[in-house]
Design a protein around this ligand. Structure first.
Ligand SMILES: NC(=O)c1ccc[n+]([C@@H]2O[C@H](COP(=O)([O-])OP(=O)(O)OC[C@H]3O[C@@H](n4cnc5c(N)ncnc54)[C@H](OP(=O)(O)O)[C@@H]3O)[C@@H](O)[C@H]2O)c1
Length: 298
C-alpha cells in the first residue's frame, strides 16, 4: 500500500480527499495544527514545527519511502501585515516557505516514481480573470518582507491578495524546478500543481471580512449551484476533494509533459500555467532564495 504524507488534510476539501484516500493507503500521515489520532502536529507558520514534523515522518516511516507527498494546506489573509515567528509575511511563510522546507527535508525519503502534488490557485494567472490582485513577481525576499517591495499595493486588501496569488505562483514555480531536477528525473519523481478552481464553502475565508465570510459560506450551499453552472472555475468541495484524491491515488494521471492540473466544471484540465510560472530562470532563483530564507544550502 502507498505511504502518503499530506498537509491541509484536516479540513476543507483536503479532508474530503483524505477520507477517499484512507482505504488505499497505509499510512496517510497528515500534518495539522490540531494533532489527533489521525494527524501529527504541524504548524506551517513555524519553521521549527516543520522540521519537527519532517523528523516525526521519518521516524514513523522507518525504512519505508513516501509514495505521494501532498502539500495542500494554505491560507488567505485580509492584508500582508501578519508575520510568522520567523519574521516572514504570514501568507508567503505558510503557503510557500514552510512547504518548500518540508519538501526539501522529505525529498530524500521520496520513493522512486513518487508523486508530489502542490495545491496552487488559478489566481496565480492573470489570464483566468480572477478579481484578486495578480502576482507582480516571485521575488522571495520581497514576498517575505513586503514592506521592502517598492511596488507594494497601497490598499491592505490588495496587498493581502497579492501575497496569496504570488504564494500560489511560487507553488507552480516549485513544481517546475522539481520536474527539471536531474536527480528527481532519474528517480522518476514527478510533480503536479493542482488548481481546484473556486471552492466556496471551505474554511479558506476564515480570516477575511465578515461580508466575505458570509458570501463564501452562502455560495458553498445549494444557492451557489446556478452560478457554478455558468462559471467553469467554480467547483464544489466534493469535486475538488475527489479530484485531489484521484491525483493522489493515480486514478488520474498527467498527460505527457503536463504539470498543471486545473479543475474546471468538475473535471481536471491540463492547461499551461501563467507566463511567469513558465519562467525557468525565475523558478531557479525562487528555489535558491527560498533555500537561503529557510536556512538551507541550495
Ligand atoms: N477554496 C478555494 O476556493 C481555493 C482556490 C484555490 C486554491 N485553494 C487552495 O486549496 C487549499 C485548501 O484550501 P481549502 O479551500 O480547503 O481551505 P481550508 O478549508 O481553509 O483548508 C486549509 C487547510 O490548510 C490547513 N492550514 C492552514 N494553515 C495552516 C498552518 N499554519 N499549519 C498547518 N496547516 C494549516 C488547514 O488546517 P486547519 O484544519 O487547522 O484549519 C486546512 O487543513 C489551500 O492551499 C488553498 O489555498 C483553495
Amino acid at each position: 500500500m502507498a505511504t502518503i504524507v499530506m498537509t491541509g488534510g484536516s479540513s476543507g476539501f483536503g479532508a474530503i480527499a483524505v477520507r477517499q484516500i484512507a482505504a488505499s493507503a497505509d499510512p496517510v500521515i497528515v500534518g495539522a495544527r490540531c494533532p489527533s489520532d489521525v494527524a501529527d502536529s504541524l504548524d506551517l507558520a513555524r519553521l521549527d514545527s516543520v522540521r519537527g514534523f519532517a523528523e516525526s515522518v521519518r521516524q514513523r516511516l522507518g525504512d519505508r519511502s513516501i509514495h505521494v507527498l501532498v502539500l495542500n494546506a494554505g491560507l488567505v489573509r485580509p492584508d500582508d501585515t501578519g508575520r510568522t515567528p520567523d519574521g516572514f509575511e504570514t501568507t508567503f511563510g505558510v503557503n510557500h516557505l514552510a512547504h518548500y522546507l518540508l519538501l526539501r527535508l522529505l525529498m530524500p525519503a521520496l520513493a522512486d516514481d513518487a508523486h508530489v502534488l502542490l495545491t496552487t490557485s488559478g489566481t496565480h494567472d492573470p489570464a483566468t480573470g480572477a478579481a484578486l490582485a495578480t502576482p507582480r513577481h516571485a521575488d522571495a525576499d520581497l514576498l517575505a518582507h513586503p514592506d521592502q517591495d517598492p511596488g507594494r499595493h497601497t490598499t491592505p486588501k490588495k496587498a493581502g491578495e497579492h501575497a496569496y496569488t504570488a504564494s500560489k505562483l511560487c507553488s507552480v514555480l516549485t513544481v517546475r524546478v522539481l520536474n527539471a531536477d536531474p536527480e528527481m528525473r532519474a528517480r522518476g519523481v514527478a510533480a503536479v500543481a493542482f488548481d481546484p478552481g473556486q471552492v466556496f464553502g471551505t474554511g479558506l475565508a476564515r480570516d477575511l471580512s465578515l461580508p466575505l465570510r458570509i458570501a463564501w459560506k452562502v455560495l458553498g450551499t445549494p444557492i451557489g449551484a446556478p452560478l457554478r453552472r455558468f462559471t467553469p472555475t467554480m467547483n464544489t468541495p466534493d469535486a475538488a476533494g475527489s479530484a485531489l484524491a484521484g491525483l493522489v491515488l493515480g486514478d488520474i494521471t498527467a498527460p505527457d509533459g503536463r504539470t498543471y492540473a486545473a479543475l474546471r466544471s468538475g473535471r481536471l484540465t491540463w492547461p499551461d500555467p501563467s507566463n511567469l510560472a513558465r519562467d525557468s530562470e525565475l523558478a531557479q532563483t525562487l528555489w535558491a532564495d527560498s533555500a537561503r530564507l529557510v536556512g538551507l544550502s541550495r
